[in-house]
Ligand binder design. Structure first.
Ligand code: H2B
Length: 113
């Protein structure tokens, strides 16, 4: 199975298909620390990262923002003292696209780099 971190986001327009339950279940195995909240009927991918202080959390939030811009696919980023909560979903389809799983895996990979 191709690693999500090796994939690139595809341009995503309204009308693009949401990820299937089957593919979601398969790919979630690569991002086990992420949860799947549903907010206002929109399924999202979410993970909270803990840090020793605000400055380290802030630096990580900046790297997530850089990553998002590089792929032109953008998350919600909540920056708090010692914590960053990242939430991915695809606005254009009000749900999850494979792009969101790719970006979640790439977000995790920032911790190793
Ligand atoms: C205009 C529209 O916002 C852009 O095409 C891109 C930007 N980044 C995006 N990010 C996310 N998460 N979903 C989108 O639908 C999306 N669309």
């Amino acid at each position: 199975m191709t690693e999500l971190t090796e994939l690139k986001c595809e341009a995503c327009q309204a009308g693009a298909p949401k990820i299937s339950e089957e593919e979601l279940a398969k790919l979630m195995k690569q991002i086990p620390d992420w949860s799947l909240p549903v907010r206002d009927g929109v399924m999202q991918l979410e993970r909270a990262y803990d840090f020793k202080n605000f400055k380290l959390a802030w630096a990580f939030a900046n790297r997530v923002a850089e990553l998002a811009e590089s792929e032109f696919h953008h998350p919600s980023i909540l920056l708090e003292w010692g914590k960053v909560t990242v939430t991915w979903w695809t606005h254009a389809i009000n749900g999850l696209h494979r792009n969101d799983l790719i970006m979640a895996a790439k977000t995790d990979a920032l911790l190793d780099s």
